[in-house]
Design a binder for this molecule. Structure first.
Ligand code: ITT
Length: 197
């Protein structure tokens, strides 16, 4: 299936391509009038509420255009710290800008609980059918940033299945095998093989 990913985050597109293209799909960023669309994100609704809002906005944007009927993908994701329920969660990108990775490390150290997980919710729709999937990657926050691969919280996130390295150190091969994004995209691909709901 040709999938148009409605996101302003190029890293998400690259990671989705790496997972979904090996499963027989193509993925490209949704571009309208030469621009990546920008959506309102009602972050107080959490990841799923934000993803539902983004898919509604994306489908509205392409209604009546030549892209009407295309398979549109949206994804909302974030990191969740065990010590702070639902935080930063859907606010992850804002919190990263406000306090930085060092600010996160400081709060985790103060709390004494380094447990964390990445979560992602993805929704795919052609306007008629809708497929929704979730992905979680368990891990913990490191004592200091390590490695330069990836984006966002990757230099301070140590996935349980990564042998102790951060995603920043583990790189693309490992991240794409075990990440929340791998799981959410794999889940969508599995749903595409079965009748839609
Ligand atoms: P779109 O909404 O346009 O898709 P975005 O970057 O704003 O792009 P989100 O609102 O879903 O995406 O916020 C995701 C944030 O969560 C992201 O900016 C990072 O701070 C964090 N995050 C999510 N997945 C991540 C990953 O795989 N690696 C590192 N940080 C991640």
């Amino acid at each position: 299936m040709r999938i148009l990913f409605a996101t302003g985050n190029e890293n998400k597109i690259v990671e989705a391509q790496e997972v979904l293209e090996s499963l027989g799909h193509t993925v490209e960023g949704l571009v309208i009038d030469g621009q990546r669309p920008n959506f309102d994100e009602p972050k107080e609704l959490g990841l799923e509420g934000v993803a539902e809002s983004k898919i509604r906005q994306a489908l509205d944007l392409i209604k009546g255009s030549e892209l009407d009927g295309s398979a549109i993908l949206v994804e909302d994701s974030g990191i969740f710290l065990d010590a702070f329920p639902e935080w930063p969660g859907a606010q992850s990108s804002d919190v990263e800008k406000e306090i930085g990775l060092e600010g996160i490390i400081d709060r985790v150290k103060e709390s004494g609980n380094s447990g964390a997980e990445y979560r992602a919710v993805a929704i795919l729709s052609n306007g008629n059918q809708v497929w929704k999937s979730q992905g979680i990657c368990r891990g913990k926050i490191s004592d200091y940033p390590r490695g330069s691969y990836g984006f966002g919280y990757d230099p301070i996130f140590i996935p349980e299945e990564g042998g102790g390295g951060t995603f920043g150190e583990l790189g693309k091969e490992i991240k794409n095998q075990i990440s929340h994004r791998k799981k959410v995209m794999q889940g969508l691909s599995n749903l595409l093989k079965s009748p839609s709901r």
